[in-house]
Structure formats: structure tokens, C-alpha cells
Design a protein. Structure first.
Length: 204
């Protein structure tokens, strides 16, 4: 069974279930299979199209619309770091944000924590910064438990990013710095290609 047929079948079953739950006299399963309603077909097509749009890796143009910047840094991430990157991507998808937002978020986390979900580092800690994005409870980012939850911390970053007017067209380091207010505002730029490469590799 191909993907569209699978989604069509699920949409048909869902429609039948809604009718029965509402106490309506719905058609039989055979009738549904033979003569799907216009609404059912539209739902199935929408679901199938959404699935097709999210399949595969984003293009380089979606991830780095201005091309690859100079002076890029990289390292070989371990499994846990890649898992944290996936959680950042998934959070962006949950919020219906485009791949460019994922690139900015992962590059930011690469600079802030190397994609390690850091707890308090004692004397080496930057104030009370913790988590993938080194967010601070004292600055209103959330509780320690929240900002060390990759899904929460990524969504908090994305919320900050989407409040920046024109973030989509800004250089990555400017967009990231506007959210993070770092003492090293230019350091985010060096991670743009690695962020894009991670997204490409983990969304194939």
C-alpha cells in the first residue's frame, strides 16, 4: 500500500469514527471505500500533501539562504548531541517553523553548549545559565527543570526568535544574538554550516 493510499484509508476511518461518535447515521464501511465523500477526499489529500512536504531533508537554500559563511567551525557530535539536535528540530516542527529557524536554533545551541544539555557547572557556570541554550532562570526563561528539558528550552528559544521582527532575513548571528544577548555576539556565525549539515543528515 502506497503512502497516499494509507493516508486515504486513515482519513476514511477517521471520518467514519467521527460520524458514529456524533450519533449520526453514517454509511457502511463498504460504501465509504467505494464512494468517499468530497470532504473525506479533501482531508486525505491535505494529509498526504503535508506528509510529502515534510519528507526528506530541507534544501541548502532553505537552511542557509545567503550561502555558506566564511570561517566555519565543526566537530564530530556524539549520539547524545545528535539526539538533542533532533529534539530541537522536532520542537521547530511542532511549532510549524521553517527549516531556517532550525538552523538558527541548532547553531545557537552549538555555540552555547556544543549540544550538551548542561546542568549547573559550579565555578565554571555563567551565572545560572543551564541547558542546551544556556538559558537563565533568573532572566525569566523558566525553572531549572524546564530549561534543562530540550523540548521546553528549544521552544522557549523559538518563541524568542519569532518575536524578532524580520528574523527570517537576518544573518544568523544577528538573529541568535537578539534572542540570547550574549557577551560574544559574533560567535554564533561559525556554526551555521555545521547546523545545516546536522539537519540534512538527521532529516534524510
Amino acid at each position: 500500500m502506497n503512502m497516499f493510499a494509507t493516508y486515504t484509508r486513515k482519513a476514511l476511518l477517521a471520518t467514519a469514527g467521527i460520524a458514529l461518535t456524533a450519533g449520526l447515521a453514517g454509511p457502511t464501511s463498504a460504501a465509504l471505500a467505494a464512494e468517499p465523500t468530497t470532504q473525506t477526499v479533501a482531508v486525505a489529500q491535505t494529509v498526504a500533501q503535508a506528509a510529502a512536504d515534510t519528507q526528506g531533508a530541507p534544501t541548502v537554500e532553505q537552511l542557509m539562504p545567503a550561502g555558506v559563511p566564511d570561517n566555519q567551525s565543526s566537530f564530530t557530535p556524539n549520539g547524545e548531541q545528535l539526539d538533542n539536535a533532533r529534539k530541537i528540530i522536532d520542537a521547530g516542527k511542532d511549532m510549524n517553523l521553517p527549516p531556517r529557524a532550525w538552523t538558527i536554533a541548532i547553531a545557537t545551541a552549538l555555540q552555547e553548549s556544543k549540544l550538551d544539555n548542561l546542568g549547573h557547572l559550579g565555578d565554571r557556570n555563567d551565572h545560572d545559565s543551564q541547558g542546551l541554550f544556556q538559558q537563565r532562570p533568573s532572566s525569566g526563561w523558566g525553572t531549572v527543570e524546564q530549561i534543562t528539558d530540550p523540548d521546553y528550552s528549544a521552544k522557549a528559544f523559538y518563541k524568542g526568535l519569532t518575536q524578532v521582527d524580520g528574523w527570517e532575513d537576518m544573518p544568523l548571528t544577528v538573529a541568535a544574538q537578539t534572542v540570547q544577548v550574549s557577551a560574544y555576539p559574533d560567535h554564533y556565525a561559525q556554526w551555521e554550516k555545521m547546523a545545516a549539515d546536522i539537519i540534512t543528515d538527521t532529516t534524510k
